[in-house]
Design a protein around this ligand. Structure first.
Ligand code: VGL
Ligand code: ZN
Length: 185
């Protein structure tokens, strides 16, 4: 997939971490298959001078989102563990901007826009359109893309560069995203 990047675009890569890939603690089927797609997109972005943002789920131990605390998820992406590292084959531009989320003790943050400072960085760079890829489609990719539209960014979602946890949830997510004006590529 080739993106049609324009000036004032940014690429946002969501949570391509070991725990969301086969063998990880919250593994998505074929989660790792997004890696070559995203590597190609970020290389293209770099060539075009498009800024690349890369988010990571970055939970403290015993986070409220974990089932041990009554949350919806098994333990995953605990700070400074192997599972929280980016997939080893993910190639990021040297100047990729890191967005950490999920580190709050009291609530989860699914969106890369949720109190991370991402918007102010996009404003600073005069970004008008964003391209979103990564894991998982119906959780953090959805939340990020929806927040992008709420912040008035024209938003593209490259489906080849995403995978889901649950097929039915992913179907609902696609509908919600389309209704919000997200353009699927
Ligand atoms: C995610 C479930 C829990 C994600 C994060 O990155 O999509 N999913 N935490
Ligand atoms: Zn999480």
């Amino acid at each position: 997939m080739k993106a049609t990047f324009e000036q004032n675009d940014a690429l946002i890569i969501v949570d391509v971490q070991n725990d969301f890939c086969p063998g990880g603690k919250l593994a998505l089927d074929e989660g790792d298959e997004v890696v070559p797609v995203i590597n190609a997109l970020s290389a293209q972005a770099q060539e075009a001078g498009i800024p690349v943002f890369v988010s990571r789920d970055w939970h403290p131990r015993h986070h409220v989102s974990f089932d041990e605390r009554g949350g919806p998820w098994p333990e995953h992406c605990v700070q400074d563990t192997k599972g929280a590292e980016f997939h080893p084959d993910l190639i990021l531009p040297e100047n990729a901007r890191l967005v950490s989320k999920g580190a709050r003790f009291d609530i989860d943050q699914y969106s890369a826009f949720d109190k991370t400072g991402l918007v102010s960085e996009l404003v600073h760079l005069n970004i008008k359109r964003v391209w979103v890829v990564g894991l998982a489609l119906e959780v953090c990719v959805k939340a990020t893309a929806l927040d992008a539209t709420k912040n008035d960014y024209e938003t593209f979602l490259v489906e080849e560069g995403t995978r889901f946890i649950d097929r039915a949830d992913a179907e609902k997510a696609r509908e919600e995203l389309r209704e919000a004006g997200v353009i699927f590529k």
